[in-house]
Design a protein around this ligand. Structure first.
Ligand SMILES: [Cu+2]
Length: 454
């Protein structure tokens, strides 16, 4: 059994599981036993407390159905650990002996794989390969030593497609036991997982059979405007750790600063191999650690660069009506088909103005008000807030940044001469062999939303 090596004494003293009910970012958990380290801050999450038992750090994870508030007004029925999806972050120190009790309160069997860790083969958590699956109602024990420092995650390796589609995952950080030449000390250390769901507008439970066509793009099972901001002090050294448990890649992009990739789930990157980036792609099953000096004050966007990943649930196959005047049409169609939705003729920002009635428990596709209007964002988007008066270890949101006079884009009130355009650019460089007739591409006429044409 996977419990091999665990004494009956230890099993008899199962630690009380700690359950979290809040989806808010919790203050960092400073260690009150074991070795010292600088704790991480889990975005819209928390770190699991432990107890020491004869020199072993003991944790208790409970796999169970949870209700996760993904943003105010939008709750999802997910599976997770200890009351939340994702589960709590586990933080240990390199060399720590760790014992994790896993209680299965799901309606089906499960297991936990400790992604990226060096450990005995029987602790790797692949059900059927390394251990029998943990049946519903049973508790298994995993024991290993956290052998290398770094950024890791955990997730089931039993009915994976269902269980990850339902939100079962968590973060793991192993802090270095001593100064490490490739691991710098930082002032702020954030972490979160990228996850995705397929939740039909108006419903609560993800479709676990979905393979690629997800419609909710989340960070730690939260979507903008529900994702907390990253609040830092001017000139803080900041680390952000990101893991990808969705089924596609995410180019994560930070505004206003350049960062180094200082580590992956394979360990810290040697300093000589680092170069500056402002976007880093996090592939499926990968983790990336980015680090930068927050030396520019302001509210800086931080998001996935796939533009449909910064949107919330939308009906699929929307008719493209850009350039088509459908004023008055949507209202008439909505009398017949109440949830009729069209892409606006001037782009999708129309839709945020249309104030369409949405099914219950559905967020608008693009939302979130800023100091200057709608941000027209959803999904994988939040803000890095750099402030000179943010106190050390204060993670509170300081509100909107007030740009100093003369440092903000403004409306030009002077004359606007029409731009001169080159009439034959291109044709002089490469002449057409057979002159083609001028063709204008026709836009599709409104024929009803194809997802609702029943
Ligand atoms: Cu993305």
């Amino acid at each position: 059994m996977a419990a091999a090596g665990v004494s009956r004494h230890a099993l008899a003293r199962l630690p009380e599981p700690v359950i979290q009910t809040s989806p808010n970012t919790q203050t960092p958990l400073f260690p009150n036993s074991g070795r010292e380290y600088n704790p991480v801050v889990t975005l819209n999450g928390w770190t699991l407390p432990w107890r020491m038992n004869n020199g072993v750090k003991e944790f208790h994870l409970v796999a169970e159905p949870v209700v996760r508030e993904m943003a105010p007004g939008f709750k999802a029925h997910l599976w997770g650990y200890n009351g939340q999806s994702p589960g709590p972050t586990i933080e240990v120190v390199e060399g720590d002996k760790v014992r994790i009790f896993v209680t299965n309160k799901l309606p089906e069997h499960t297991s936990i794989h400790w992604h990226g860790q060096r450990l005995p083969n029987g602790m790797d958590g692949v059900a059927g390969l390394n251990q029998p699956a943990i049946p519903s109602g049973k508790t298994f024990v995993y024991e290993f030593t956290a052998r290398r420092p770094g950024t890791f995650m955990y997730h089931p390796h039993a009915d994976e497609m269902t269980q990850m589609a339902m939100g079962m995952m968590g973060f793991w950080v192993t802090h270095p036991k001593e100064k490490h030449s490739d691991i710098d000390e930082v002032n702020r250390d954030f972490c979160f997982l990228l996850n995705s769901f397929d939740i039909d507008p108006g419903s609560f439970t993800p479709n676990p059979a979905t393979m690629l066509d997800f419609n909710i793009w989340a960070w730690n099972s939260r979507v903008f405007p529900g994702i907390d901001t990253l609040n830092v002090r001017l000139n803080d050294k900041v680390r952000i750790r990101v893991g990808n448990l969705t089924m596609t890649n995410h180019p994560i992009h930070l505004h206003g600063h350049e960062f180094h990739i200082t580590g992956t789930d394979g360990g810290p990157t040697p300093k000589a191999t680092r170069w500056y980036e402002v976007t880093t792609d996090v592939a499926v099953g990968q983790m990336r650690q980015i680090e930068f000096l927050a030396d520019e004050e302001g509210d800086w966007a931080f998001h996935c660069h796939k533009s449909h990943h910064t949107m919330n649930a939308m009906g699929h196959d929307l008719a493209n009506l850009i350039g088509v005047d459908h004023r008055g049409l949507a209202g008439k169609i909505k009398k017949v088909i109440p949830d009729y939705m069209v892409m606006g003729e001037r782009g999708m920002s129309d839709m945020t103005e249309m104030e369409m009635e949405l099914p219950k428990n559905t967020l608008p596709m693009m939302t979130g008000d800023g100091p200057y209007g709608s941000l027209e964002m959803g999904g994988m988007f939040t803000v890095l807030k750099v402030r000179k008066d943010q106190a050390p270890n204060d993670y509170k949101n300081a509100g909107w940044f007030k740009q100093p006079n003369g440092t903000q884009a403004f409306e030009w009130k002077g004359a606007t001469p029409s731009p001169s355009r080159s009439k034959d650019a291109g044709s002089s460089a490469m002449k057409r062999m057979h002159p083609a007739p001028e063709v204008e591409v026709k836009v599709k006429k409104p024929s009803g939303s194809t997802s609702h044409n029943h």
